[in-house]
Design a protein around this ligand. Structure first.
Ligand code: HEC
Ligand code: HEC
Ligand code: HEC
Length: 238
């Protein structure tokens, strides 16, 4: 009998362990090939921690309000700045605007054949504050992302700080193995064809949905196929 109960206990334990973030689960099962590891080593060699200058001598032309601060941050922001995008000069302003109300993993976690559901999740202790909610992927009623105060995130952060460059490269590769580097195209959410987000279930009104799905700006971006293609503002009117 005792053995039976410890068996049940074990099942419960396994169940509790399994009811974790799908991202963490994929991290733990990730295997990294040699090519990815080589790339990660190179990235770690080149990696520079970006410092934010508080008082720039020449003030920015568009004086911006600091981004909305939330009590909690996604684990990604332990290493990535908020705002995180800098590479693509055309899109980064828009991508950074979206990362204030869309979780990193809504765009960067796109596993095949896994039914994800997108819901608003509060990034704040005060759960009623709408301005701190972000569209977040859920799997099996569990949020896929983890916050930086989560046990898993704390462990990664500690390892990252004390490990050698070689181990850091391995960690970088493993942290990013479940992720999609490219992220979705603008029209993946701004079109009336097959959509990543169910805007209706997220609470947008019919009028808002029409506006988002016919918006001129994401359409404008979808016309640029090549990096060297010139941006023309008049294309906005097409
Ligand atoms: C432990 C530190 C760390 C964490 C945590 C982390 N990243 Fe990164 N990430 C890096 C480093 C280092 C690079 C390489 C580029 C660089 O040096 O900035 C990188 C690169 C990337 C890239 C560019 C493609 C690639 O793989 O090189 C994307 C996209 C990205 N990270 C997204 C994320 C997202 C989303 C999360 C959260 C799930 C995340 N990262 C968490 C350190 C981290
Ligand atoms: C609305 C979708 C979206 C959200 C939300 C988003 N990203 Fe991205 N991200 C993208 C796309 C698309 C790219 C590829 C950009 C390109 O074409 O170069 C990208 C590229 C990146 C890169 C590599 C290139 C660069 O700009 O430096 C990093 C690092 C990154 N994302 C991190 C993050 C982190 C961290 C978060 C959350 C704080 C986040 N992203 C949220 C869509 C998104
Ligand atoms: C993951 C889905 C997703 C992706 C990818 C995405 N968007 Fe959005 N975007 C949204 C949602 C949701 C909103 C509405 C946010 C809100 O105000 O509640 C929005 C709002 C906007 C708005 C503001 C609309 C307005 O008038 O209020 C613009 C402009 C925009 N997106 C442009 C872009 C561009 C350009 C890209 C590609 C670089 C892009 N979006 C990619 C989901 C997405």
């Amino acid at each position: 009998m005792k053995r039976f109960f410890s068996f049940i206990g074990l099942c419960l334990f396994v169940f509790v362990v399994q009811a974790q973030s799908l991202y963490v689960e994929q991290f733990e099962n990730a295997t990294v090939d040699d090519k990815t590891l080589q790339e990660a080593r190179k990235q770690i060699e080149d990696h520079k921690v970006v410092e934010i200058k508080e008082n720039i001598f020449v003030p920015p032309f568009h004086q911006q309000k600091p981004p909305q601060l939330t009590d909690k941050k996604e684990f990604c922001n332990d290493c990535h700045l908020s705002p995180p995008h800098k590479k693509d000069e055309r899109k980064r302003g828009f991508l950074n605007m979206h990362s204030r109300y869309i979780s990193c993993l809504s765009c960067h976690f796109q596993p095949q054949d896994v039914p994800l559901e997108y819901r608003w999740l509060s990034f704040d202790e005060n759960e009623n504050e709408d301005s701190t909610k972000r569209i977040t992927p859920f799997y099996d009623a569990q949020p896929v992302p983890v916050f930086s105060d989560n046990e898993f995130a704390v462990k990664i952060q500690q390892a990252w700080e004390k490990e050698s460059p070689v181990q850091r490269a391995e960690l970088k590769a493993k942290v990013h193995a479940p992720l999609s580097e490219q992220g979705p195209k603008c029209l993946a959410c701004h079109d009336n064809k097959k959509q990543l987000l169910d805007l209706d279930a997220l609470g947008y009104s019919e009028k808002e949905i029409k506006k988002l799905q016919r918006h001129a700006i994401p359409r404008f971006f979808s016309r640029f196929k090549k990096d060297e293609q010139r941006l023309r503002m008049t294309d906005l009117l097409k």
